[in-house]
Design a protein around this ligand. Structure first.
Ligand code: IMP
Ligand code: MG
Length: 182
């Protein structure tokens, strides 16, 4: 059982998505992606650091052959609001050209990061490109393309846990928590 309330950097967070619910949904996503990519050997691209926990759980629910690689973008800094700037800190090592690529994100908030990633990968001429995100802030995201696989849609709220941080802390929490402003 995960705790219902946690304090990170002196702020109070309450549980939003319990561990069991995350597990169930990640398994479902893995099964769906495995079916959709039958006959292919896709490359899963994890976006560091936030997606590592989701990434590790998701690829272990993949039933077909696959490869993995990572890229890293500049982070939010230590704030709860995006700087609005995206910079590439680590590029891919794998050969993207002609391959089926699946980008694995922890969360899509403004959509700025995923737009940047999509442009970056499309320049390398993949055979296909799809996106999977654990969390999607639908009311905030400004994207003019489909997000192919979504774990959970959430409101315009700051969340942590299961890879997501607040000033680098909280990534190791097993559940997803939302800031409790009361
Ligand atoms: P976007 O570029 O605004 O879509 O933000 C994407 C990145 O910001 C995510 O990959 C996260 O690393 C971070 N982020 C966005 N919303 C949250 C949040 O609620 N909690 C923690 N990190 C977040
Ligand atoms: Mg991220």
């Amino acid at each position: 059982m995960s705790d219902e309330i946690v304090y990170i950097n002196g702020e109070k967070f309450k549980i939003l998505i319990p561990e069991k619910e995350i597990k169930r949904r990640v398994k479902e996503l893995g099964e769906q992606i495995s079916r959709d990519y039958a006959g292919s050997i896709p490359i899963f691209i994890g976006v560091l650091n936030g997606s590592v926990i989701f990434f590790a759980d998701l690829v272990r629910e993949i039933k077909i052959d696959c490869e993995i690689d990572f890229l890293k973008l500049s982070s939010y800094g230590d704030e709860k609001i995006s700087s609005g700037r995206v910079k590439l800190l680590k590029d891919l090592d794998c050969q993207v050209t002609g391959r089926d690529i699946i980008v694995v994100e922890d969360i899509i908030d403004s959509g700025l990061s995923i737009k940047f990633i999509k442009n970056l990968i499309m320049l390398k001429n993949p055979k296909s490109l799809r996106i999977v995100t654990l969390l999607y802030k639908k009311s905030r995201a400004q994207v003019d393309f489909d997000i192919d696989y979504i774990g959970f849609e959430i409101g315009d709220e700051f969340v942590i846990g299961y890879g997501l941080d607040y000033a680098q802390k909280g990534r190791n929490l097993k559940a997803i928590y939302v800031i409790d402003t009361q």
